[in-house]
Design a protein around this ligand. Sequence first.
Ligand SMILES: [Zn+2]
Length: 293
Amino acid sequence: MDSSGQTEGVPELPEVEALAAYLRERAVDHAIARIDVAAIGVLKTYDPTPLALHGALVTGATRHGKFLDLDVDGIHLVTHLARAGWLHYRDSLPAAPPKPGRGPIALRVHLDDESGFDLTEAGTKKSLAVYLVRDPSEVPGIARLGPDALSISDAEFAERIRGQRGQIKGVLTDQTVLAGVGNAYSDEILHVAKLSPFALAYRLSDEDVTRLYGALRSVLTDAVERSIGQGAATLKAEKRSGLRVHARTGLPCPVCGDLVREVSFADRSLQYCPTCQTGGKPLADRRMSKLIR
Ligand SMILES: [Zn+2]
């Protein structure tokens, strides 16, 4: 049921926001009964240990960029779900701990009402990361985060974008510049803003940057609205159904009907509409041309 293939990608701001809202509803005011660590490599910190959380009350759930943060009475269980990671909430968890090293379950959190959740990772590339810290800023990835994509002002956005030398696709997904946007939503934002993903950030006009900020706001707000209230189980399908260009190679652009194209970018691929974004000209695949040469 849950393929966790590449099209899903890393859960981004809207999905992590919805998971935090879900945990606020289901887990807050419950005590943690037990934590089972099934994949030892998933836990990136040594002190405090999971035992410190046993019997402690969940007091909050929030998000830092794409990191999920469960506040357990002052100790934070922080998760970065990465590309094939996910959270599965279950009303009734089996009492027996999951077998270490087998199956996708990396860590299981039991609450005092027998419900709880599994943090899972499909596939072989293990990049799901869990941190137990007294302050979220002890997590290196959180300490480096730029301002949050949902709360950044238009002026600060313009200043940060303009200060970058790279292509706008890479700039939007650089968590130190802007926190929360990844591969999927950057494709969507650039499509709405009618900008080429390869445009150089510092060369964008005032008008381009204003349009880009508007697209950032509308795409993310819309995705958060659709995601909140979805259970953890249905969030991925909801994300997929709202996408205009991302993971839609070969399908018609919902705005102009041109076919959505794909080009490689860094270690993955991006999707865009040539008519809407690049003056009708398909982008050259640089990785491919490098291989041919
Ligand atoms: Zn189009």
